[in-house]
Write a new protein. Sequence first.
Lengths: 52, 707
Amino acid sequence: MFKQFISNIPGADSYMIFSLVTFMVFFTAVGIYMFWMDRKHLDRMKNLPFEK
Amino acid sequence: MSTKSTTLEQFSYDNKIVRNFAIATIIWGIVGMLVGVIIATQLFEPAANITQYGSFGRIRPLHTNAVIFAFVGNAIFAGVYYSLQRLLKARMFSDFLSNFHFWGWQLIIVSAAVTLPLGITTSHEYAELEWPIDIAITLIWVTFGINMFGTIFKRRERHLYVAIWFYIATFITVAVLHLTNSMQLPISAFKSYYVYAGVQDALIQWWYGHNAVAFFLTTPFLGLMYYFLPKMANRPVYSYRLSILHFWALIFIYIWAGPHHLLYSSLPDWAQSLGVVFSIMLIAPSWGGMINGLLTLRGAWDQVRENTLLKFMVVGITCYGMATFEGPMLSLKNINAIAHFTDWIVAHVHVGALGWNGFLTFAMLYWLVPRIFQTTLYSEKLIKTHFWIGTIGIALYAIPMYISGFTQGMMWKQFTAEGTLQYGNFLDTTLQVLPMHMMRAVGGTLYLLGAIIMGYNLFKTMAQGTLLANEPAEAAPLAVEEQPEVGAHWHRWIERKPIQLLVASLIMILVGSLVELIPTFMVKSNVPTIEAVQPYTSLELEGRDIYIREGCVGCHSQLVRPFRSETERYGEFSKSGEFVYDHPFLWGSKRTGPDLHREGGKYPDSWHYHHMREPQSMSPGSIMPAYGVLYEQSLNTAQTQDKLQAMKQLGVPYDEAQIKNAVADLTKQSKEIQARLAEEKIKVGADKEIIALIAYLQRLGTDIAKK
């Protein structure tokens, strides 16, 4: 079924590849910096709504 | 390292502005939903179209504007003004700006409530308000921005919590969308033409329309979810990391997806394809938000059993998940081919609006009103009643609309064994779904009833408490000079710098926008011209303006898609070159009635004459309202010349003689139509509005047939 979806989109190859690359680059970049984030800092940030 | 001095500063939070926006949310919510129930009733009972000011075409935009900008808009401001002050440990920047924002926004809503029933509309969906109101919206939005950033700059908390990122992205994106989609050339105080035409206008409108959903109905509410859900559940958000990931991903990807509203249209294929693939990607960041919301309640589901506010949140977030899964599915071309123009889209939108926006708003109001009024809720029992009535209301609304949508989509495409359309008469497909429309009205009424119960409960709560207008607070000020944090993660640079955050968000949304918009405007081959396509005559242009005024676009599309089921029913499929003089485009988004792009010449003038006066006389059982006033009102030609002149300025090739003789030409063509009608024993003044409308309808889609 998915093959049919994809084959029905004109110019699918180039747009799929372009989108996939954009998607991968973007998520990898954001993923990397998330991975590096300091846990202590994250705990402080997520508790901000509870500070008096 | 510490960036704070040791002395605490005394200050207070402004709760009065929160109360004002909360009251406005309740009142406008009930008004907007009431108009929704009225238009739902009109869709099975045409007698409910009372006077020209209350006809479906005119008050359908009143409903959408009221619930989006008045109900949801005021809810956003109530929530932002409450949470922003507390997250930043600072009072709003300026009480004057807060009040100016509040009263300005209410004035805009009142202007909408007056002008839309009067037929003063631009016809762009969710952007119907005319240019003076657009300017007022800009002014008030900037006021909101200054007030928000002023508060951010004087904050006592260095780091910006993720909710504030969503508020900042909302502010900047809505500003860009509103400005771009409001480019109009004014003719008078109440009339303007969009500078864009046809395909380009359609792309701009749906880039705006789709992202209005994204950045007015989604991002601010995600921000509110990230503040109010942890407060209600008394536990921090499940994953702060995930909130960051889905924030950037959401604002980056959402902006590309607008063209999925224009699949199989005359929009260039490459733009449609981009819209589809980015729409599918949207599942990831959307569900990131939903998962983060629901998992915040992990280990606390026992609370959900007891706490009705959390029940509202769970249903709301689940509806968000359902709508954001369905959205990408609907953008697949195969599914869109069936779903587009049907009630399926209405169901999809309302799962999001009633569930996500409505329920989150209700929970937020129930949570903050007793707090700022230093009391408890008047009645817990009434909240429970509201929850169940509201939930049943959503189900009773959505399920019939899904059934109706599938039915319409299938019936429109059904062929007989002989190869002819099974339901050649469009009306058969409308009559088939009327029972579903009735059930939808019941669902909507229940939902409205729930909102009224909430209004009663909250006003009683306010009455039994006392507003803590200035809530005392204390916090240490930020040190003027910030020491660099050794070994700190680079992202903290952005978390502490609102302007960087604003600029980064702006860049994110501009990437997708520019990639899609610029080629459509700059590359000529994207909109191939057709030599036979000529500008409208002055009478047809006036007729088109009546079509716009009456909101015909709310029920009739003007876009024949390249399917056999459509070319068989309507005629040749629509080409992009046919719309080059259409300021604005009128493709529509829903077919309650048939498509009209090939309407010209299909019926004699007399058919239209009788049909507009009493639709049921020509189409027995039709739910179209009667337009008797068009037979009484004379066409106002005072601005006809100005309209042609304006069109010329926008690139429509009218020559000087056409502009100079605009009214004379109009009168001549009117008399020709009058004479044709007289041959069929119909007596009507040549100056009546119906003549102009007939001229326009008879012109529709006929240019390409000319040799």
